[in-house]
Design a protein. Structure first.
Length: 49
């Protein structure tokens, strides 16, 4: 195995660990942002009617 192969495997393992650790908080934050955007759009539509 070359040093490049070992470095790429380490990078992949690190990426998987970071994804597992930070996936839920990021998804919850994105969900909150989407909910706010939908509510805002809904209010604007109600005001138009």
């Amino acid at each position: 195995m070359k040093m490049k192969d070992i470095a790429l495997m380490g990078l992949g393992a690190g990426t998987v660990l970071m994804y597992q650790k930070y996936n839920k908080p990021v998804m919850k934050k994105m969900e909150n942002v989407m909910n706010k955007a939908v509510k805002k759009a809904d209010k604007q539509l109600e005001n138009m009617m």
